[in-house]
Design a protein around this ligand. Structure first.
Ligand code: NAP
Length: 488
């Protein structure tokens, strides 16, 4: 499109058909943009919910909040519904909005380059395509982090990452080891302990556990939700406010009494739930609650106190054919070893190669760690926008809400092109620098910077997540500050 020329019908490429990619497709169509293709590397949509199928998987954001605002679901089975139900929800929403035909499955975008004013993509299969805009909806926690443990390959049993669960491996009556104590591990331990002969949890760092109940919705409640969607709206609004005011906003204020209350609730949970004083102390973290992402669980402390469960805090020395050898010399014999060791959060849209204006490589720009203006845009990459990109508000609240706001914001940027004000729009270097500097300064007074290791931190130990209140994010997303953008 030449500058000044109106185009009511620019073309879009959306990368990824997870929660955010499906959302982008629905919202593009709603805004009157019908010319788009969603490229998805897998053979099914669903992103995180397609990839993570481990026993016990559930979302710890209440289901009526972890839903698209425009697609409430009266059938959620529980307050925190299981992963398979969430996967089915996304498939259903995509089907109802007729998005399926716009998705090209089995097409991994390997290169994405800005050439002659348009984005050209190539896929692993050799497909190429061009578009005016790219929306990268490639996820945050996507690439499994496989720990470097000596002898891992020599293990004689089954070994797999929590996000690559091998459902062919029998678990009933097996001796199962789990490495890690993040949200994934905690859910796995609770789900497996009563099925397996023994459950050995290898803990490098103890976790604070926030107690939560997970009541099922009765048939009568579900009928009422279906009959009266306003009832779901009410729950959504109440839960959203509670999360924002009681959690998201206080993470960035280490002096907040609410943060102290969360800490106290976690301490009370530990002390009221774990009877053996030795085990209790092994489970007691030495940092403040919510420094790492807060783990929510109704039943982990019960699970780890079962007679067939063992908490191992000695360092893992190596893996041997028959099990895990710890630094105290003991060999823990196992049939199955689950690596619930988290994700490579520094990847974001990579390994896709993204080449911006004048051959600028995203890999080079992100050499010191990924960052993006308002988690959406990077200078020199005009008409390329991310959903849930680096520096966004990721935490214990709904990323769906975040993505919905971001799509609304991106569509306002696109509007500048549709209106003929420019043909390219990208964040300016000055705005990016200012954002990064302000962000680094603000990050110092967040709970994530209070002395623990977590996936919130970059290689230099600085928290990368949105360091301001959630309210500020909502405000920023209302309307782009066009002075921060280069329009060409
Ligand atoms: P994670 O929070 O990054 O936890 C990884 C765990 O593995 C940590 O306990 C870590 O120990 C341990 N670990 C890593 N490398 C190790 C090594 N070499 N030796 C020993 N231990 C090692 O990963 P996650 O549990 O998969 O969760 C990631 C995120 O996904 C969560 O924070 C959350 O945002 C999301 N999630 C959400 C839900 C939900 O319900 N909504 C469920 C699961 C996951 P250290 O603590 O010592 O580093």
């Amino acid at each position: 499109m030449a500058h000044g020329e109106r185009s009511d019908q620019p073309r879009f490429i959306v990368i990824g058909a997870g929660m955010a990619g499906i959302l982008a497709a629905i919202k593009l169509r709603e805004a009157g943009f019908d010319d788009f293709t969603v490229y998805e590397k897998a053979d099914r949509l669903g992103g995180t919910w397609r990839e993570n199928t481990y026993p016990g998987i559930a979302c710890d954001v209440p289901s009526h909040l972890y839903s698209y605002s425009f697609a409430p679901n009266p059938s959620w089975s529980r307050q925190f519904s299981p992963g398979a139900e969430i996967q089915a929800y996304f498939e259903d929403v995509a089907r109802r909005h007729g998005i399926g035909t716009a998705i090209r499955f089995g097409e991994e975008v390997t290169r994405c380059a800005f050439e002659d004013g348009r984005w050209r993509i190539q896929t692993a299969r050799g497909t190429s395509d061009t578009a005016d805009f790219v929306i990268a909806a490639t996820g945050v926690l996507h690439h499994p982090a496989i720990p470097e443990i000596e002898g891992l390959d020599s293990f004689g049993g089954a070994v797999f990452h929590s996000a690559r669960w091998d459902h062919g491996v029998p678990l009933d009556g097996a001796r199962v080891g789990v490495v890690g104590t993040g949200s994934s591990a905690i859910q796995i331990v609770s789900a497996l302990v009563d099925r397996v002969a023994s459950l050995t949890l290898f803990q490098r760092t103890a976790q604070w556990i926030m107690p939560v109940n997970n009541p099922a919705y009765s048939d009568a409640e579900k009928r009422e939700f279906a009959r009266n969607p306003a009832a779901m709206e009410e729950i959504r609004a109440a839960v959203s406010q509670a999360f924002i005011q009681g959690f998201a906003n206080v993470l960035v204020d280490i002096e907040s009494p609410l943060l102290q209350a969360i800490h106290d609730a976690c301490v009370a949970n530990l002390e009221g739930s774990v009877t053996d004083p030795v085990l209790r102390e092994k489970l007691r973290p030495t940092y403040r609650a919510a420094c790492k992402r807060l783990v929510m669980s109704p039943d982990f402390y019960q699970a780890i106190q079962r007679p067939n469960a063992a908490l191992i805090t000695e360092r893992i020395e190596r893996v041997e054919p028959s099990g895990v050898r710890t630094a105290d010399g003991a060999l823990r014999e196992l049939d199955v070893l689950v690596l619930a060791t988290g994700f490579r959060v520094d990847r974001f849209v990579r390994p896709m190669r993204v080449v911006g204006r004048d051959g600028v490589e995203l890999d080079d720009v992100w050499n010191g760690g990924p960052s993006a203006y308002l988690a959406i845009a990077v200078p020199d990459f005009p008409n390329f926008f991310m959903l849930n990109g680096p520096n966004g508000p990721v935490g214990n609240f709904s990323l769906i809400d975040v993505a919905e706001m971001q799509v609304g914001y991106i569509l306002q940027l696109v509007e500048q092109v549709r209106a003929g004000n420019c043909s390219e729009i990208g964040v300016s270097r000055a705005a990016m620098q200012r954002f990064d500097a302000d962000r680094a300064e603000a990050a110092k007074s967040t709970i994530w910077a209070t002395g623990c290791r977590s996936w919130y931190l970059d290689a230099g130990g600085l928290p990368t997540a949105w360091p301001w209140t959630f309210d500020r994010f909502v405000e920023e997303m209302q309307r782009p500050r066009l002075a921060d953008y280069d329009l060409r």
